[in-house]
Design a protein around this ligand. Structure first.
Ligand code: NDP
Length: 491
C-alpha cells in the first residue's frame, strides 16, 4: 500500500499509485471492411467511399460510403414510398410495437454498441455504456408510448405526420442523436433519411441491423453516410418535407437561409457557451463535481457544456483550488479502458480548433492551468484545461471551444451573475449552484437558456424538452414538445 499523503487538514489520499489497466474487449464488435448505404431496407453499394478511423489510435476501421446526390435521391424515394405505402396510415399502436422492439434490441446489444461508439468516436467506454446507450434506448421506449396517444397530446388539433424527414446529426453523441431524431419522427408516422457525421458513422450503420431485427418495414428509416456535401444534398432535396439538424451554428444558419421560403419545416439545435453559476452558499464539493462533469464529460464535446464557470468572488479561491486538485485525478487515455475519464478528441480538425482557441486565451492574457498528464503518443488528445483571469471579451469566454477547456470568471451579486451569463449569442443551457430554492427560481426565470440545471449538470431525460434560444437554434427535442416538429395540424 502506498504511503498516505496528509496535506494540512484535508482528507488523506493515497499518493503515487495508479489504476491497473481495465480494457473492455473489442471482440464483441464485428466490422465489415466496407459499408454501403442502407436504403429501402437493403444495403446499396456506395459509388464512392472514405475511410473512418479510431481517433484514439488513428487506426483505420472501415471504408464507408460518401453518398452522392443520386444516392440521396434514392434514399428519399424509398422513404417517400414507405410513407405512402402504409407507414403513415398504420395505427399508432402498431407503430409503437416497432419502437418498443428497437428499444429492447438496443438494450440487448448495448455492450456491442457502446464499444463501437467509443472505438469510432473516442469517448470513454464508461460514458457510452452508462449514458449514451441507456438514454438512446430510453428515447425509443418513451416515444413508443406516445405513438398511439397523439390525439391526446394535441386535443382537437388532428395531428398528422409531416412526410419525409431529413435528419443530419453531429459526432459528439452519434447513437444518442440518432435516437433523438428517429424515435419521435417514426412514432408520429413519418419516414426518415438520416446522415450521421463524417467521423462517426459506424454505430448508425450497426443500427441498420437493429432495424432489420425489429422487422421495421423497408424504407421507413434510410441511412446514408458522407460529409457535408451529403448533408447539403438532403437539405436541398425537393422530396424532403422537414429538416432536423444538430451541429454548428454556421452550418445551421446556412441551412436556414437555404430553406427560407421553401415551406419545409425546420428545427435547429446548434452551439452553446453555457454559464455554470456557483453561489457562495452552495455545497462546494458537490459543485466541483458538477463543474467537472459539466465541462470534461465527453471531452467537452457537448453543445450544452458548462464552459463558462461563474464563481462568486467570496468563494473564488477555495473553489479554484478544489477544482485544480480534482483535475489532477482525472484519467486521460484509452477510451476503451473502464477507468478512463477523458478520452480522445474526435478528430484532428477538432484538436486543431481547440489548440487555436487555447492559444488565443494565453495571448489575450488569461492564466492557464493544466494538471500533470501523460498523453498517448498516437491519436488526438488534449489535457483538461482551466483558464482563470478571463475577461468577458476574450475569445475563450465568447466562442464555443467544444473541448475540455473551462474559462473561470467571477461575480459579486445575482444581478451581475445574470447579466454576465446572458452576455452571449447562445442560449442552450445553464447551471445554478445554491442552497436557496428561491434563488434558483429567480435565476431560472431570467436566464435566457433552454435548459437550467439546479445543483446538478448534464442531466438528460427523454421526457424533458431540450433546445435553445438565440444562436443556439429553435425547436425542442424530447418530451411532448419533441413530437410537434414531426406533426402538421389540419384545423
Ligand atoms: P457541422 O455543423 O459541420 O456538422 C454537423 C453535421 O452537419 C454533420 O453531419 C456534417 O457533416 C453536416 N454538414 C456539414 N456541412 C453541411 C451542409 N453544408 N449542409 C448540411 N449538412 C452539413 O459541425 P462540425 O463537425 O464541423 O463541427 C464544427 C464545430 O461545430 C465544432 O467545433 C463545434 O463547435 C460545433 N458543433 C456543435 C455541435 C452541437 O451539438 N451544438 C455538434 C457538433 C459540432 P460532416 O460530418 O461531414 O461535417
Amino acid at each position: 500500500m502506498a504511503e498516505l499523503e496528509r496535506p494540512g487538514g484535508r482528507t488523506p489520499v493515497p499518493a503515487g499509485w495508479t489504476y491497473a489497466p481495465a480494457p473492455e474487449s473489442r471482440d464483441i464488435v464485428h466490422l465489415r471492411e466496407r459499408y454501403g448505404h442502407f436504403i429501402g431496407g437493403e444495403w446499396i453499394e456506395a459509388a464512392e467511399t472514405y475511410e473512418t478511423i479510431s481517433p484514439a489510435s488513428e487506426e483505420p476501421l472501415a471504408a464507408v460510403g460518401q453518398a452522392t446526390p443520386e444516392e440521396v435521391d434514392r434514399a428519399v424515394a424509398a422513404a417517400r414510398t414507405a410513407f405512402a405505402d402504409g407507414w403513415s396510415a398504420l395505427p399508432g399502436s402498431e407503430r409503437a410495437k416497432y419502437l418498443f422492439r428497437i428499444a429492447r434490441i438496443l438494450q440487448e446489444r448495448a455492450r456491442e454498441f457502446a464499444v463501437l461508439e467509443s472505438l469510432n468516436g473516442g469517448k470513454p467506454i464508461k460514458e457510452s455504456r452508462d449514458v449514451d446507450l441507456p438514454l438512446a434506448a430510453a428515447h425509443f421506449f418513451y416515444y413508443a408510448g406516445w405513438a398511439d396517444k397523439l390525439e391526446y397530446a394535441f386535443p382537437n388539433r388532428r395531428p398528422k405526420p409531416v412526410g419525409v424527414a431529413g435528419q443530419i446529426i453531429p459526432w459528439n453523441f452519434p447513437l444518442l442523436m440518432l435516437a433523438w431524431k428517429i424515435a419521435p419522427a417514426i412514432a408520429c408516422g413519418n419516414t426518415v433519411v438520416l446522415k450521421p457525421a463524417e467521423t462517426t458513422p459506424l454505430t448508425a450503420l450497426l443500427f441498420c441491423e437493429v432495424l432489420r431485427q425489429a422487422e421495421l418495414p423497408p424504407g421507413v428509416v434510410n441511412i446514408v453516410t458522407g460529409d457535408g456535401r451529403t448533408g447539403a444534398a438532403i437539405v436541398e432535396h425537393e422530396g424532403v418535407d422537414k429538416i432536423a439538424f444538430t451541429g454548428s451554428t454556421d452550418v445551421g444558419k446556412a441551412i436556414q437561409r437555404r430553406l427560407a421560403g421553401s415551406g419545409k419545416k425546420l428545427t435547429l439545435e446548434l452551439g452553446g457557451k453555457a454559464a455554470n453559476i456557483v453561489f457562495d452558499d452552495c455545497a462546494l464539493d458537490q459543485a466541483v463535481e458538477g463543474i467537472v462533469n459539466g465541462i470534461y464529460f465527453n471531452q467537452g464535446h457537448v453543445c450544452c457544456a458548462g464552459s463558462r464557470l461563474f464563481a462568486q468572488e467570496s468563494i473564488y479561491e477555495p473553489l479554484v483550488e478544489k477544482l485544480k486538485r480534482r483535475l489532477e485525478t482525472l484519467r486521460v487515455g484509452d477510451p476503451l479502458d473502464k477507468n478512463t475519464d477523458v478520452g480522445a478528441i474526435n478528430s484532428a480538425m477538432q484538436l486543431e480548433k481547440i489548440r487555436e482557441l487555447v492559444e488565443s486565451g494565453r495571448e489575450e492574457g488569461a492564466q492557464i492551468y493544466q494538471p500533470p498528464c501523460t498523453l498517448p503518443e498516437k491519436g488526438y488528445w488534449f489535457t483538461p484545461t482551466v483558464f482563470t483571469d478571463v475577461a468577458q471579451s476574450y475569445r475563450i469566454a465568447q466562442e464555443e471551444i467544444f473541448g475540455p477547456v473551462l474559462s473561470v470568471l467571477t461575480f459579486r451579486t445575482p444581478d451581475e451573475a445574470l447579466e454576465k451569463a446572458n452576455n452571449t449569442p447562445y442560449g442552450l443551457s445553464a447551471g445554478v449552484w445554491t442552497e436557496k430554492g428561491s434563488r434558483i427560481l429567480w435565476m431560472a426565470q431570467r436566464l435566457r437558456a433552454g435548459v437550467v440545471w439546479a445543483n446538478t449538470y448534464n442531466r438528460f431525460d427523454p421526457t424533458s424538452p431540450f433546445g435553445g434560444y438565440k444562436e443556439s437554434g429553435f425547436g425542442r427535442e424530447g418530451g411532448r414538445h419533441g413530437l410537434e416538429p414531426y406533426l402538421r395540424f389540419d384545423e
